[in-house]
Write a protein of this length. Structure first.
Length: 154
């Protein structure tokens, strides 16, 4: 019995020593752009790629002119176009989106949001998605959408 316990203890010590002496794995994170507002960089990345996945920050419908268009449909279109531009930087398209979280400033806009949103996924299954009503969004936006996409092996 004692020799079995001693052997087990020796294995635990050897494994622990190996773990303690091994260098931690280095995480490779690729940043896919940094948004700006009025020429000032914002304190987050548009998206990061970690391994096979791209994690997009929440996108609102700010257009190239730096303004939010009027109405949920126009803002949803711009949100989806912004997401498309970020995905393109990561080398993928809308068909690689696997999960989204939609935040709406008013759930009454959900049907109009859905009408535009589904048009960006004409050839395949829709991503898994959650949607909820929020008290407020940055800059008075009506919709913010955050997504995760599968980028695949490099």
């Amino acid at each position: 019995m004692k020799s079995g316990l001693a052997s087990a203890l020796a294995i635990v010590i050897a494994v622990s020593a190996g773990i303690a002496n091994s260098a931690p794995a280095r995480m490779n994170v690729e940043h896919l752009g940094r948004p700006t507002l009025d020429g000032q960089p914002l304190p987050f990345s548009d998206a990061v790629r970690v391994g096979d996945m791209i994690y997009l920050s929440g996108q609102i419908g700010i257009g190239p002119d730096g303004k939010l268009p009027d109405g949920i449909e126009a803002q949803t279109r711009q949100v989806m176009n912004n997401i498309g531009a970020i995905l393109k930087r990561g080398g993928v398209g809308y068909d690689r989106i696997i999960r989204c979280t939609a935040m709406l400033s008013d759930m009454k806009d959900w049907p109009a949001f859905n009408k535009i949103y589904v048009g960006y996924f004409p050839d395949g299954p829709l991503p898994a998605r959650s949607a909820f009503d929020v008290d407020g969004l940055a800059l008075g936006a009506l919709i913010e959408l955050e997504c995760t996409a599968y980028a695949g092996k490099r």
